[in-house]
Design a protein around this ligand. Structure first.
Ligand code: F6R
Length: 613
């Protein structure tokens, strides 16, 4: 939610900021803007729309400046518009600020400022915070750094803020609470970003800033302090990330690149953990809370969106293989509905970004009540990864397309390892099934590759055929029910076509009323123990003239004859099959989005990392 960048050094700041904003656009694209230091004054350029609109407005090189800050916005307070775009000027025009997050007590702060005669040029909470800071600076006759520190003690909510002011030509002041901030350390220069992508072309040395820390950043100096004004030694880490990982390469979109990366990313999530030849799984994170897991009353899986769908598959896996009670919770509900949590509970948090605000706070609450937290997270060093007691990274690499694809399959693969390992520890799985499933899991990357090599043309044709539908229904049973939900979510996000996912049998309890000769119904009908039942459900849709499209197992002629179109996946044990059946649904959403000429990497109203509740 909102991307922030900053640069101070010897190079021209503007091109670095624009390039950085493009890399962070996945975090929001309602408006973009930069503020540049020009000796004794500041220049702000900002525009509603994507970074390309800003660049068209400001040009390739509007002014010479070696210090600046930039912002790409996902609107919270105030509609997307030029006036609500960041950076904001303070009332005096001497300070410019960008903000990622939400200031919850902004109304109270605004009332105080209005009573002192302040007026505002935008509808944002961010401009309120900026003027609050300036007011403190003026009243206390203190430095900007001191004013920021005093102001932040009064602020509730989440923020990363970057400020520049006319008095300090080469200095950026930065602070964070609840939103991510990385500082890249170069030679005579520093870079700031919501993640490391804007600085990757220049340096691999980075410092991850923690909550309640304040940074004073100059070309040759990085001073880190807490809000009590005590100095903290910056912990410089080396990034293990190549530039190619965050570029599109030969693909038209990041989403397509990420779908095609899945044979590798699933392999990466299994690498060093699954040894089918010798018949064992190593999951060091799980060992750390082994005792807790052995004695656990239940597991609660907490997540949002696509990660929540992975959690549903986790529930089916753990209950079936480990005979342990599992509940799957939407983090946003779990954090507010006063749930009963005991120290005997183990919480599994699933998150691609590791920054989702609702998931983070739900975990903090559960931790206070004594539950152990296991994280399944993609972004290394992210906030969720840091508050867990143990965990397993998904190793999917940077996911830039706003719709999650490769992160989902990596989450499911890690959940499969987790469930199998725990079942072995708890003695709830026989050795021959355990060994068989290890081989089934090991075979998945090659089977995903087969789908990508053999099914794309068929799926493109299906996309052309149904591109103008107004609604879709997605149905599945067992492990394929969460896949139906995920297929429907992908379609909604990418194509703006209304879609519902349902357990196939539940259809008769309401949604079947929607079926007519215009409605495409996508069945996830791979060969498993529910196959006969789902074939009956397909017959029921056919009888009502719905248009059946099905994901089927290779060689299954039964469904072939009943469907208008099929997408084929290789045969696999039903426990690992979701890793295959989701791939055609990702491709279907992608190609319908392309057919409808939409920006599939940046669907309207969405942002990749939801750091506000
Ligand atoms: C859908 C999607 C979202 C995320 C959700 C949780 O394609 O990407 O539904 O899954 O916002 O995000 P993370 O996994 O980062 O916590």
């Amino acid at each position: 939610m909102c991307g922030i960048v900053g640069y101070t050094g010897q190079k021209q700041a503007y091109p670095i900021l624009i390039d950085g904003l493009k890399k962070l656009e996945y975090r929001g694209y309602d408006s973009a803007g930069v503020a540049l230091h020009l000796g004794n004054h500041l220049a702000v350029y900002k525009k509603q729309g994507k970074v390309a609109a800003l660049k068209e407005y400001a040009g390739d090189h509007p002014v010479a400046s070696t210090t600046g800050i930039g912002h790409t916005r996902w609107a919270t307070h105030g509609e997307p518009s030029d006036r609500n775009a960041h950076p904001h000027y303070s009332a005096s025009g001497n300070i410019a600020m960008i903000h990622n997050g939400i200031i919850e007590n902004y109304a109270q702060l605004k009332d105080e400022l209005v009573s002192k005669g302040y007026t505002f040029n935008s509808d944002t909470d961010s401009e309120v915070l900026l003027n609050f800071i300036e007011d403190i600076k003026r009243n206390n006759e203190c430095s900007l750094e001191e004013a920021v520190r005093v102001a932040l003690k009064r602020v509730t909510g989440a923020y990363v803020i970057l400020l520049i002011d006319t008095e300090h030509p080469d200095t950026i002041i930065a602070a964070r609470k609840g939103s991510p901030l990385v500082i890249g350390v170069g030679k005579g220069e520093h870079f700031l970003g919501s993640d490391a992508s804007p600085m990757l072309a220049y340096t691999k040395e980075v410092v991850y800033i923690n909550d309640y820390e304040l940074a004073i950043v100059r070309p040759d100096e990085l001073i880190l302090k807490n809000l009590g004004n005590e100095r903290i030694t910056p912990f410089v880490q080396k990034l293990d990330l190549e530039l190619a990982a965050i570029e599109k390469g030969n693909y038209d979109h990041f989403m397509l690149k990420e779908i095609h990366e899945q044979p590798k990313t699933i392999l990466d999530s299994l690498r060093g953990r699954l040894n089918a030849e010798q018949g064992y799984i190593t999951l060091s994170g799980l060992n750390k809370i082994e005792e807790k897991l052995r004695n656990a009353n239940r597991i609660v899986i907490v997540a949002c969106g696509t990660s929540w769908h992975a959690g549903l598959i986790g529930e089916y896996l753990i209950e079936e293989l480990c005979r342990l009670n599992v509940e799957v919770e939407y983090a946003s509900e779990f954090r507010y509905r006063n749930p009963i949590i005991s120290p005997q509970d183990v919480i599994i948090a699933i998150s691609q970004s590791g920054e989702t605000a609702d998931t983070l706070v739900a975990l903090e609450n559960a931790k206070k009540q004594g539950a152990a937290i296991f994280g399944i997270v993609n972004v290394v060093g992210s906030s969720i990864a840091r508050i867990t007691d143990a965990g397993a990274y998904t190793h999917a690499g940077p996911e830039i397309g706003v719709a999650s694809t490769k992160a989902f399959t990596a989450q499911v693969a890690v959940l499969q390892l987790f469930a199998l390992k725990l079942a072995q520890l708890r003695g709830t799985i026989g050795d021959s099934l355990f060994q068989h499933l290890l081989h089934e899991l090991e075979a998945i990357p090659a089977k995903v590759e087969w789908i990508l090599d053999n099914q794309v043309e068929a799926i493109k044709a299906i996309a052309r055929r149904y591109r103008d539908a107004d609604n879709f229904l997605y149905l599945g049973r067992g492990y394929n029910f969460p896949i139906a939900l995920e297929g429907a979510l992908k379609l909604k996000e990418i194509t703006y076509i209304h879609a519902e996912g349902y357990p196939a049998a539940e259809m008769k309890h309401g949604p079947i009323a929607l079926v007519d000769e215009k409605l495409p119904v996508v069945f996830v009908a791979t060969k498993d123990i529910y196959h006969e039942k789902i074939v009956s459900n397909i017959q029921e849709i056919n009888a009502r003239k719905g248009k059946v499209v099905a994901v089927v197992s290779e060689g299954d002629e039964t469904v072939n004859e009943l469907a208008e179109a099929v997408m084929v996946v290789p045969q696999a044990h039903e426990i690992v099959a979701p890793l295959l059946s989701v791939i055609p649904l990702q491709l279907l959403a992608y190609y319908i989005g392309v057919e409808r000429d939409l920006d599939v990497d940046k669907p309207r109203n969405l942002a990749k990392s939801v750091t506000v509740e």
